[in-house]
Design a protein around this ligand. Structure first.
Ligand SMILES: [Zn+2]
Length: 197
């Protein structure tokens, strides 16, 4: 069955992009998500403009599809191809964390969006060793409660990753690692995907 998805993607997007994308997702499901979700999800590349320009992908929890938007793709020989395979894989990793969040952990309808809730943090914590080569467990508590004049107030927790950094996983983490951010000290783990080295 997964081979059908790979074949279809190779047909649509050319060369061996389907093998690359679905091979990566199969490995992600196995190594990060213990096969509680599987890679058989239609991936749609589109040149349509995203509602949010900065977003490069979208997981649709109703249709169970992943859409990759304009700046990851370009038209070529009458079809759509990836501009940069590594960028595609990073976007797929992010969207698959949403898939796990919705399929395995019940999803969310939080008013603060899907990136500011515990099951997002749980999903990216599972995927971080494979996608970023780092263990982020314990770093997903961006706010802490403090008592001030008898009242409890939420303030940012400087030991954690911030809400913005957690939202923009995995690119934010990869950039912080490159900068030598000390929150990741002694947190390197084995298991980083070879395609992302
Ligand atoms: Zn997202």
């Amino acid at each position: 069955m997964i081979q059908d998805f790979k074949n279809a993607a190779n047909l649509f997007y050319g060369e061996s992009l389907g093998d690359l994308m679905y091979g990566f997702l199969q490995e992600l499901c196995e190594k990060a998500f213990n096969n509680k979700v599987n890679a058989e999800v239609p991936i749609v590349m589109t040149t349509a403009q995203s509602a949010y320009n900065r977003f490069s992908g979208w997981y649709n929890s109703e249709s169970h599809t992943i859409e990759l938007v304009n700046h990851l793709c370009k038209s070529s020989k009458g079809g759509l191809v990836a501009k940069d395979n590594k960028e595609i894989l990073l976007t797929l990793a992010h969207e698959f964390c949403h898939l796990y969040q919705f399929k395995a952990l019940g999803g969310t309808n939080s008013k603060r969006g899907p990136h500011r809730c515990k099951n997002w943090y749980e999903s990216i914590t599972l995927a971080s060793p494979f996608v970023c080569g780092v263990d982020i467990s314990g770093l997903c508590k961006p706010l802490k409660s403090v008592r001030e004049n008898g009242k409890i107030r939420k303030v940012s927790n400087e030991k954690s990753l911030t809400e913005s950094e957690l939202t923009h996983w995995p690119r934010s983490i990869i950039e912080l690692l490159r900068q030598g951010d000390e929150r990741f000290k002694d947190r390197a783990v084995e298991g980083l995907c070879e395609l992302l080295i």
